[in-house]
Design a protein. Structure first.
Length: 180
């Protein structure tokens, strides 16, 4: 009789502990999902949707200047501005690719976290490995955060360069085309 009671107490304790552990794991996954949702909404909200238009405008300004400017000497300030402007325009393509890769990574991670959440709640798979899975997904979220920060740093640099140089070069291109 004592053995049966002892076995019952041990089983209740074991299942009670696993239930507590399961709740912690589910909570951890939900926190990761929330963090990822915040990153996704920030990306959608803050990423400029005008990059393609900006690229087209920059190409038009460059073309007007190339077709209409004839210099017998090179002005260093103008040459530096044109070089920076071209570099900024060329950076738009990689920024768009980085944006698409980040969106894809976020969607895949959201899917993975959803599956992990479901597995933990239902007790599917290797229960002993859940903590390791959560740790791996936490690392992935940190990588996504780093990629997000890099993307917005590149966008800020692009916009700063554009705001600083575009008005000067656009005014020059307009003057060149108006004198014809």
């Amino acid at each position: 009789m004592k053995k049966a009671i002892t076995l019952f107490v041990v089983l209740v304790f074991a299942f009670g502990c696993s239930d507590i552990q399961q709740k912690k794991q589910v909570s951890s996954v939900e926190q990761l999902q929330h963090k990822l949702e915040k990153l996704d909404s920030q990306l959608k909200q803050d990423f400029p949707d005008t990059l393609s238009r900006m690229r087209l405008t920059m190409m038009q300004v460059e073309l007007k200047i190339k077709q209409n400017l004839v210099l017998d000497t090179i002005q260093l300030d103008f040459a530096a501005n044109m070089d920076d402007y071209k570099q900024a325009r060329k950076a738009i393509g990689p920024i768009n690719k980085q944006y698409l890769a980040l969106k894809k990574a976020m969607a895949e991670e959201q899917n993975t976290l959803g599956k992990l959440h479901k597995d933990i709640e239902n007790g599917y798979g290797k229960r002993k490995s859940y903590d390791q899975y959560i740790a791996n997904e936490t690392k992935k979220i940190k990588q996504i955060e780093a990629l997000n920060a890099d993307l917005f740093k590149a966008v800020r640099q692009l916009l700063d360069t554009y705001k600083m140089i575009h008005p000067k070069l656009n005014a020059l291109s307009n003057r060149l085309t108006s004198t014809l």
